[in-house]
Design a protein around this ligand. Sequence first.
Ligand SMILES: NC(=O)c1ccc[n+]([C@@H]2O[C@H](COP(=O)([O-])OP(=O)(O)OC[C@H]3O[C@@H](n4cnc5c(N)ncnc54)[C@H](O)[C@@H]3O)[C@@H](O)[C@H]2O)c1
Length: 364
Amino acid sequence: MPLPVEVLIIGAGNRGQIYSFFAKDFPERMKVVGVADCRQVARQNLQMKYSVADCNVFDDWRGAAARVKFADAVVIATPDRQHKEPAVAFAEKGYHILLEKPMAVTVDDCKEIVAACMKHNVILSVCHVLRYSPAVVKVKELLSQGVIGEVVHIQHLEPPQGAASRCLNCAVEQSCPYSAKKLYLEGVKNGHKGWPVSTICEGADVDIESVTKALCEGPYGRCVYECDNDVVTHQVVNMEFEGGVTAAFTMVAFTEKLCDRSMTIYGTKGELSSEGQHPVKVFDFLTQTKKEYPLDYSILQQTQLRGHGGADYYLMDSFIQAIAENNPSLIMTGPEETLASHLLVFDAERARRESRIIYCNRTE
Ligand SMILES: NC(=O)c1ccc[n+]([C@@H]2O[C@H](COP(=O)([O-])OP(=O)(O)OC[C@H]3O[C@@H](n4cnc5c(N)ncnc54)[C@H](O)[C@@H]3O)[C@@H](O)[C@H]2O)c1
């Protein structure tokens, strides 16, 4: 396929804009040729940045899907509940797809997306971004080299007194660790205009005025104790796989570091650990020595896609390269492995809600 790969952006919000940066940073590899978003400010912002022709700007993904195919690939970065329909529609039109995670919010919808992509023979990459981070790639490489042998076989928050329903007019905001004023307004006052401050403003401009407006009117300015947000704040999932391998996954909202992941894998010959962008460490039980494997993130100096510890860049790099070479093997988050991991997550959620052990693939 001739470069640059031509891409249509569906959903020009936070993630849609981030993936578009790849075209700014590497114009010889990717070009944004179309955009669809129901918010005028979002689609105009992208249209201006990438000089998109008026005829390729849509106020709904359906308008773009109704047209004869006019790009090589589509980035679907609409809200979770609006992934299935566009993914299936664009697969049917023969577009290669970069799909934000989760693929969809029901098992059947996830399966339908996979079936459509397989049937129409399009490349699908789901944005499990961290699988592309150099740390995770290095961990996989070291595991496959056997450096640690075999992997072993064996809200309820109380609101403070006197809190208001919005942080900007709350009398006890100063003593609250979840004050939106501190998290967002202080950030922009100190010159920080990137994530997460940038995500709450309606328009392209991130300044004190737009952040104040967002906190007065939007969902991010609401008192955390009074919100109807029922997403879990912490969760532990214990899993046992065929062959007796066990895994424990812990998610915590209340952390000093934002968005850093750490992992430890215990093998029969050693122990491997990784944290953020730090070198991957391997401790060898026999020699009682520790070796460090540094990671090369130098490419990030050339790009704005630095989110997820730089993995946003590597995800786009693989997707664009896979399309340019028509080589789906460059995708680490393709249809089948993504479906398997989503099915696991649906089962984990059932286990949490029903307070019981779930045996996957068994009808109970
Ligand atoms: N991979 C990751 O690590 C990661 C991180 C954050 C969010 N996400 C996921 O990415 C997706 C987008 O999240 P976001 O934070 O960018 O949200 P966002 O709200 O900033 O952007 C979504 C955009 O989709 C647009 N939209 C809604 N309906 C549409 C339609 N019918 N046609 C065209 N556009 C439409 C909205 O107007 C909005 O601009 C979500 O599924 C979210 O869960 C993934």
